[in-house]
Write a protein that binds this ligand. Structure first.
Ligand code: S3P
Length: 425
C-alpha cells in the first residue's frame, strides 16, 4: 500500500496513541506462566501483539482478546509443547522473550518467524541461554530456533549489548532455573519485564544496571492497564514540534524513564514539552504530553541517552533535519539490526527528501536546517522507518508518497487515520 502525504495547514487536537507494544507482549507471555487470569485493559491490537498472543495460546494458555485481554495462565511448569513451530511473525520481542521462557520448561519446540525476523541476530540470546544449560540450535545465528528439553541453572551475565530483549530472555529463563540469575547491562534499557515480574510476586531486584532474580514458586496473575506507547507517540511529538502551526496533546502516554530519552534529547534541542496529569498505571508512570511548534538546535547524543531512545532515533533524525546546526548520534550500532538496517535506510530515504545526513560506523550526523521537498520514499518494511518518513512528509513541500506504508501495522495499525485526525487542511 502506498500512502500520499502533504503538509497540513495546521496540526491540532488530542489523541491517545495505541497501547504499549512492549507491555502487551510481556503481559501475554508472562500471563501464560502465571496462576489464574491476567487481565490487560486497553491491550494493543497490532501484528506484534497478536503474534505474542498466538504463541501463548500455542503453549496452552487460554487467551481472549477484546476490550480486555484475558490470559488464563497454566502456571510456571504447566505449559505444554506446541503441536507446530511457535510462529512469531515479525516480532523480535516475542521471539527473544519466548526463547528464554520455554528454554527450561522441559519440552522440545521450534521458534520461527517471518523472513524479516529470520534475518535478525539470535546468538545474543542463544549464547547466554546455552551458558544456563539450554540446548538451542539455530541457522547461522538466526531463526528458526530449535530448543530441546534441558535443565537450567542461574548465571551471572554481563550483556555485551544494551538490549532489553536479551536481558528479558535471560530473566525469564531464570524463572525455571536452579539458583539466582543476574544480568548486568552496559546501559540501562527498558525495565518492563522486571516491573511486571515484581508485580506478579517475583523477587527481582534492580540496583543500577544490575538485576538479580530468585526463582519463584509461582507467578500470580495481575490486572493492569496498558499505557499509550511512547514510541508511537514519538512520531506526533516530532511532527508537532516541526510543523510551524501545531498544538497537539497526546493522552495517556507511558513515560517510563527507560523509554523517554527522546524527551530529554528534544529538550536539549530547545523544545518545550509540557508533561500534564501525571499518574501511575500498574507500576508505570503515565502522562499527557502537550506539543507546540518549536525551533530546534543540533546536539550530540551518546551513551545512556542513545540506549533510552533506541527506537526513537529514526524520528530524531527527522527532527535534526530541521534543527539549526549539527546533530551527532553515537553508540547506535544496534540500528543496523532492527526490522531494517535503520542507519542505511535513514540515509537513503531522508536524502531523497533533501536532508543532509551521513552514516558513521555507530550512528549518524545530520546538518540542518534543510528545507525538505516531497518525493517517493520507501518504508523498507520497517514500521518505525515508515512513520518517521511520514513525520518528515508533513514539513516537506509538495507531496510525498510513502511506499510500503502497510508495515505500520506492526505496532500502529491506525497510524494514518490518527494522523489525519490531527491535520487541518
Ligand atoms: C524491546 C527492546 C528493544 C527495542 C524493541 C522492543 C522490548 O530491542 O528496540 O523495539 O520490548 O524489549 P533490543 O532489546 O534489541 O534493544
Amino acid at each position: 500500500m502506498n500512502q500520499t502525504l502533504a503538509p497540513p495547514r495546521r496540526m491540532l487536537g488530542r489523541l491517545r496513541p495505541p497501547s504499549d507494544r512492549s507491555i502487551t507482549v510481556r503481559a501475554a507471555l508472562l500471563g501464560a506462566l502465571a496462576d489464574g487470569e491476567t487481565r490487560v485493559r486497553h491491550p494493543l491490537d497490532s501484528d506484534d501483539a497478536q503474534a505474542a498472543m498466538h504463541c501463548a495460546r500455542a503453549l496452552g494458555a487460554a487467551v481472549e482478546f477484546g476490550e480486555e485481554l484475558v490470559i488464563t495462565g497454566r502456571g510456571l511448569r504447566g505449559l505444554h509443547a506446541p503441536a507446530v513451530p511457535l510462529h512469531c511473525d515479525s516480532s523480535g520481542t516475542t521471539m527473544r522473550l519466548l526463547a528464554g521462557l520455554v528454554a527450561g520448561l522441559g519440552f522440545d519446540c521450534v521458534i520461527d518467524g517471518s523472513p524479516q525476523l529470520r534475518r535478525r541476530p539470535m546468538r545474543r540470546i542463544s549464547e547466554p541461554l546455552t551458558q544456563m544449560g539450554a540446548r538451542i540450535g539455530d541457522v547461522n545465528g538466526c531463526a528458526p530456533l530449535t530448543l530441546r528439553a534441558a535443565a537450567l541453572r542461574g548465571i551471572d551475565y554481563s550483556l555485551p549489548v544494551a538490549s532489553a530483549q536479551v536481558k528479558s530472555a535471560i530473566l525469564l529463563a531464570g524463572l525455571n532455573a536452579t539458583g539466582q540469575t543476574t544480568t548486568r547491562e552496559p546501559a540501562p534499557t527498558r525495565d518492563h519485564t522486571e516491573r511486571m515480574l515484581r508485580a506478579m510476586g517475583v523477587d527481582a531486584r534492580t540496583q543500577g544496571n544490575t538485576t538479580t532474580l530468585t526463582p519463584p514458586a509461582a507467578l500470580h496473575a495481575i490486572s493492569l492497564t496498558a499505557p499509550g506507547d511512547f514510541s508511537s507517540a514519538a512520531f506526533f511529538i516530532v511532527a508537532g514540534l516541526l510543523h510551524p502551526r501545531a498544538d497537539i496533546t497526546l493522552l495517556d502516554v507511558g513515560i517510563n524513564p527507560t523509554r523517554t530519552g527522546l524527551l530529554d534529547a528534544l529538550r536539549m534541542m530547545g523544545a518545550a514539552i509540557a508533561v500534564e496529569n501525571l499518574s501511575d498505571e500498574g507500576g508505570e508512570p503515565v502522562a499527557a504530553l502537550r506539543i507546540q511548534s518549536t525551533g530546534l538546535r543540533g546536539i550530540e547524543i551518546a551513551g545512556d541517552l542513545t540506549a533510552r531512545m533506541i527506537d526513537e532515533l529514526p524520528v530524531l533524525a527527522v527532527a535534526a533535519t530541521q534543527a539549526r546546526g549539527v546533530t551527532v548520534v553515537r553508540d547506535a550500532q544496534e540500528l543496523r539490526v532492527k526490522e531494517s538496517n535503520r542507519l542505511e535506510g535513514l540515509v537513503a530515504e531522508l536524502r531523497k527528501l533533501g536532508a543532509q545526513i551521513e552514516a558513521t560506523p555507530d550512528g549518524f550526523v545530520v546538518e540542518g536546517p534543510t528545507p525538505l521537498r516531497g518525493a517517493n520514499v520507501d518504508g523498507l518494511g520497517d514500521h518505525r522507518m515508515a512513520m518517521s518518513l511520514a513525520a518528515a512528509a508533513l514539513v516537506a513541500t509538495g507531496e510525498t508518497t510513502l511506499l510500503g506504508a502497510e508495515c505500520v501495522a506492526k505496532t500502529y495499525p491506525e497510524f494514518f487515520a490518527d494522523l489525519e485526525r490531527l491535520m487541518e487542511r
